[in-house]
Design a protein around this ligand. Structure first.
Ligand SMILES: [Zn+2]
Length: 435
């Protein structure tokens, strides 16, 4: 693989620092450098410094002209449900008319609609749909993507979902991480009695989990811990079994009602507790003193029209590590735009620019147990990079909804093709390369 030399960036946002989650006030420094070139060798960041020095040391490298843009670590989307069949746009309007979750389910919508549709589709069909969607995610600067199963909810269909994610990981240029979310919901055929409900949980633990482990097709296990979905005790049972079997743990916690999911995540040493719009004060304290990243999904609350967002300020001020993610899924967050989550981070969650940058990189990596590998532009880290057609990183959350990414790389290989994007705020000529 040829060495690469990135030159003429107006800013290089390094997010450099310890190779672990950044908690509380550690999120205040995103390491923004000017007049810095970045050399990449064997897919890793090799050296950073003045272009003149690096051009000498890397005379044979392929030069990537950043044209006065901003270079950041590739964005890390640590919570998505990107493998699904049909979209569910009809529910959007139904919700606006006042239909709640139960009403939408009665009309044949909701997650059960996605499950019915998913089960009818073949692996190739699901893979092809996912490829197009993954490319869209990449086009906004994401280079690492977590994808969950959870629309299969049967042994065969959950394994099918994880195989599709495995194929994406193998064939697509992004870094893709698989999470088994067998405990996404109790499927229809197990909902008519408490015994049947228990049978489904037994099936997850005794039949499905061993197959997931045996086939080595997931890195993490997740469960939807929420009143009406899985209780605290059920979640604990499922995730303790998964942890014992060797999977890392993530939890959908405290999304709509506080029920102790965050405290459970901390006590299980989960890599992340996700959602948290309804987290209690005790939950905030538990996460602040834990090794668990608080992953916030502000797009979901925005799309659902909820006034309430997760208390990012309280979490960060208490000393927790916060990450942002899209929650890309067909029901409650059909967005592929990661920088838009950073806009919401500033506008709705009252995070500083540096906090949103750390949340989109280092802390996203920590939420996938990858903090030693990606999320920073620093020597030794994988050359996972995103280039944006802006002259100041503050523009990234500012031009909200715009697609500003004009190239991304994973381990030094093109992820989203390098292009010359139009600029919303053209820079004065002095930062534009002349030769
Ligand atoms: Zn989710």
């Amino acid at each position: 693989m040829k060495d690469l030399l990135f030159v003429n960036a107006a800013q290089v946002v390094t997010c450099a620092g310890p190779a672990r989650m950044r908690k509380g006030s550690e999120m205040r420094d995103a390491g923004i450098l000017k007049n810095t070139a970045v050399a990449v060798s064997d897919g890793r960041i090799a050296m950073m410094g003045a272009a003149r020095d690096l051009e000498h040391a890397y005379a044979d490298a392929e030069v990537v002209d950043c044209r006065g843009g901003v270079l950041t670590p590739g964005l890390i989307d640590s919570h998505t449900h990107a493998v699904f069949g049909k979209p569910r746009f009809e529910e959007h309007e139904q919700r606006a008319e006042g239909a709640d979750y139960m009403e939408i389910a009665k009309r044949g919508g909701g997650i059960h609609a996605s499950v019915r549709d998913f089960r009818e589709r073949g692996e190739d069909d699901l893979y092809n749909l996912a490829v197009a969607r993954v490319k869209e995610l990449a086009s906004y600067g994401t280079t690492t993507l977590e994808i969950k199963s959870g629309y299969g909810l049967s042994i065969e269909d959950e394994l099918k979902a994880l195989r599709v994610i495995g194929r994406l990981a193998e064939r697509q240029p992004m870094r893709i991480v698989a999470t088994w979310l067998g405990a996404h919901e109790i499927p229809h055929e197990y909902r008519n009695s408490d015994e049947r409900r228990q049978e489904f949980i037994d099936l997850l633990i005794e039949k499905l989990l061993p197959k997931v482990i045996e086939q080595g097709i997931a890195r993490f296990a997740d469960a939807f811990c929420e009143p009406g979905v899985f209780t605290i005790e059920e979640t604990r049972r499922i995730l303790e079994a998964a942890g014992k079997a060797g999977l890392g743990i993530k939890i959908h916690a405290d999304e709509l009602k506080p029920c102790g999911g965050s405290e459970l995540a901390a006590s299980l040493n989960a890599v992340s507790a996700d959602h948290l719009a309804a987290i209690s004060d005790a939950g905030v304290k538990a996460l602040a003193s834990s090794n668990t990243v608080a992953t916030l999904l502000p797009g979901t609350m925005l799309f659902l029209g909820k006034a309430k967002q997760a208390p990012a300020r309280a979490l960060i001020d208490a000393g927790a590590a916060v990450a942002l993610a899209t929650d890309f899924n067909p029901g409650t967050s059909p967005t592929v735009n990661f920088p838009l989550m950073m806009t919401l981070g500033v506008s709705q969650l009252r995070m500083s620019l540096a906090e949103t940058l750390i949340a989109a990189t280092v802390n996203g990596a920590a939420a996938l147990a990858l903090a030693g590998e990606t999320g920073q532009i620093a020597p030794g880290f994988s050359a996972d990079l995103a280039l944006f057609a802006i002259g100041d990183v503050r523009e990234l959350p500012y031009w909200y909804g715009a697609r500003l990414c004009v190239g991304s790389w994973k381990a030094g290989a093109p992820c989203h093709p390098h292009e010359t994007g139009s600029k919303l705020n053209p820079r004065p000529p002095e930062v534009v390369p002349t030769g």
